[in-house]
Design a protein around this ligand. Structure first.
Ligand SMILES: [Zn+2]
Length: 463
């Protein structure tokens, strides 16, 4: 086994482990991650771990090395092979295993790859990822005689997804796998659902020859929108590379953003969970929070980051959570992890019962907003600048102004709200504003410009 391994300093991140193949990440790192993470699992009393991988070209090689590392700690390793990230989460929950490792580069360019892990029922992030680094760097590793075996869980997974379809009327649905890992299960899943299903780019191909697998970027949805028009479909559903994020378009080909989708799901889930807490991230629209309250739910604003939302959800017993990025978590009838094919099944059922996706979206009042704008800042200044802005904003609070500093600073005024937050993973600040009128939006953008300039930072384009 690898001894005295050193990780590239950029690889162990806040929410996952990620790097560029051949530059910052390779099989030796994967083996060491298996040893370090396996040690965490063993010392937590675990004995069985599942491992899966996405469709990237480098994934099988990383998986093989990681299995060796996991086995060296004495664990029984269940290898589920190629599939989306939620199929790995499903395996851990369905078979009641102690942990899981997914080899995936998610939506990143083809030469990236990485690791998402779960321990028990929860995600591994933050301090636990740093702990893996310390165990490996300090050679403080468990050893034992492990074993491994292959197990095809895809049929159980697909049956579980299809079981929660509750539609009443047949729909025409376009599904765009974007050559990502969802393609491995999508045909068999849609074969089990009633209605007509058109599949785009279902062959898993780590070169992503058609469009990039990130459904939050409008240009990546062009093929889906086109196909919705061509087939006069009721819904278009897209996925990111590893299938933990969903994108959707309605029957007119209009994009339904992550927060709008969450509002639509929330209205439905609140019927069977009256008064429940529904969690969304700080980038989400005020119209989402207002709509949750209007439907009798308790809206809870939380930090951006899929691991953080998952953890908060478990803590509060919330049946549903989600974020702008398209990570949506159903604990209602399901396990509470971000499973985009499952979200697709639930959306299909909902639209089938309720009539139309455009109609479901139309209950949300129209707003004027900016997209999420990310702009580069000096890494040293990133968090400090946000602190300064929080302090200045708090000085104004009360005079029709509410300040939320749970993750960056989100300021609510009578015009709407604006947000500035520091990315945990990159040297960027994120800005967003949303208002009830065009003039209001200009005033909110002016506030962002003003706050940035007081902290010596140039406002990004569009502000
Ligand atoms: Zn993903």
């Amino acid at each position: 086994m690898t001894a005295n391994h050193r990780f590239h300093p950029t690889v162990l991140r806040e929410y996952d482990i990620r790097g560029v193949i051949g530059k910052t990440l390779g099989p030796d790192d994967a083996r060491a991650i298996g040893q370090g993470f396996g040690t965490l699992v063993v010392r937590a009393g675990g004995t069985r771990v599942a491992i899966g991988y996405d469709g990237r070209l480098s994934s099988p090689e990383l998986e093989q090395a990681c299995v060796e590392g996991l086995m060296s700690t004495g664990l029984e390793v269940i290898r589920i092979g190629l599939g989306p990230t939620p199929m790995l989460y499903f395996t851990v929950r369905h078979l009641e295993l102690d942990a899981g490792v997914m080899i995936t580069g998610s939506h990143n360019p083809p030469d990236y790859n990485g690791f998402k892990m779960m321990l028990g029922k929860g995600p591994v992030y933050g301090e636990q990822i740093q702990e893996i680094g310390r165990l490996v760097h300090g050679n403080d590793l468990a050893t034992g005689a492990g074993s491994s075996r292959q197990l095809d869980v895809s049929e159980d997974y697909i049956n579980r997804l299809a079981a929660d379809y509750d539609g009443t009327r047949d729909l025409t649905i376009v599904w765009d796998a974007g050559n990502g890992a969802v393609g491995h299960v999508l045909r068999r899943l849609t074969d089990k659902l009633p209605g007509k299903h058109i599949l785009l780019f279902e062959e898993v191909d780590g070169n992503f020859p058609n469009h990039h697998p990130d459904p939050t970027v409008p240009e990546n949805l062009e093929d889906l929108i086109h196909a919705v028009h061509t087939h006069k479909a009721d819904i278009g559903i897209g996925f990111d590379g590893d299938g933990d994020r969903i994108g959707a378009v309605d029957e007119h080909g209009d994009i339904i953003w992550g927060d709008q989708l969450l509002a639509i799901y929330a209205a439905d889930v609140l019927k069977s969970h009256p008064g429940a807490t529904i969690i969304a991230d700080v980038k989400s629209s005020q119209t989402l929070y207002d709509d949750i309250a209007r439907n009798g739910g308790k809206p809870l604003m939380w930090k951006t980051g899929h691991s953080l939302l998952k953890a908060k959800m478990a803590e509060t017993g919330s049946p549903l959570a989600g974020e702008m990025s398209g990570h949506i978590f159903f604990a209602d009838k399901y396990y509470g992890f971000d499973d985009a094919p499952y979200c697709g099944v639930r959306l299909a059922g909902l639209v089938s019962r309720e009539g139309s996706l455009a109609k479901l979206k139309s209950v949300l009042p129209p707003v004027f907003n900016t997209p999420e704008v990310r702009f580069q800042v000096d890494e040293e200044r990133k968090f400090k600048a946000v602190e300064e802005i929080v302090a200045r904003a708090k000085a104004l609070a009360g005079k029709g102004v509410e300040v939320n500093d749970i993750d960056g600073v989100r300021v609510k005024t009578e015009d709407g709200w604006w947000l500035l937050r520091a990315s945990n993973t990159q040297d960027v600040l994120v800005a967003r504003a949303e208002a009830f009128s065009e003039a209001g939006l200009e005033r909110l953008k002016g506030s962002i410009r003003d706050q940035l300039s007081q902290s010596g930072i140039e406002a990004p384009e569009g502000f």
